[in-house]
Design a binder for this molecule. Structure first.
Ligand code: SME
Length: 157
């Protein structure tokens, strides 16, 4: 397919429904993990304009920064630390409506107000997380959780 996205206005649901098949098409026939993670970040950032969209990958006992779009970010996060480390430890997605109210939140950017973190699994073990930050409070909800989990499931081994 041509490597340009069709970006739409509309409800969040409509935006995801238009975007998901395009992400799927971008990943089709591409086995390289980093290439796919990079395009997922690019597609989500372009459609939604969030502050930061990126992956951290489990390497030994830490999450290490992977492909992302947005401002520079911290490179390593320990298990249980911040929203990312908590999602890793718990093995489930975390929606944080106000990052200042999340104990231990790691502020990579002072502009970030809300956040969602979705773990990605390999052989039923957390292999990384998708982290998305917004400059708006309460920007993420069950719709984001549902669709971001679906996208992440495509890269799980
Ligand atoms: N806020 C995250 C750290 C990563 S940055 O947002 C990119 C956290 O608390 O885990």
């Amino acid at each position: 397919m041509a490597e340009d996205l069709s970006i739409i206005q509309g409800t969040k649901e409509e935006q995801y429904r238009t975007l998901l098949p395009q992400i799927k098409a971008l990943m089709e026939g591409e086995p390289d993990l980093i290439a796919n993670l990079a395009n997922i970040c690019g597609a989500l950032k372009e459609q939604f304009g969030w502050l930061w969209v990126g992956f951290y990958l489990v390497k030994k006992d830490e999450l290490v920064l992977g492909p992302f779009q947005g401002p520079v970010a911290c490179t390593r996060i320990r298990k249980g630390r911040g929203v990312c480390g908590a999602a890793w430890q718990q093995g489930n997605s975390l929606v944080v409506p106000d990052v200042e109210k999340f104990p231990g939140h790691i502020a990579c950017s002072s502009l970030s107000k809300s956040e969602i973190v979705v773990p990605l699994f390999s052989n039923n073990v957390v292999a990384g997380v998708l982290d998305v930050d917004s400059i708006l409070l309460k920007d993420f909800d069950e719709t984001d959780k549902k669709y971001l989990e679906e996208i992440v499931s495509w890269i799980e081994g």
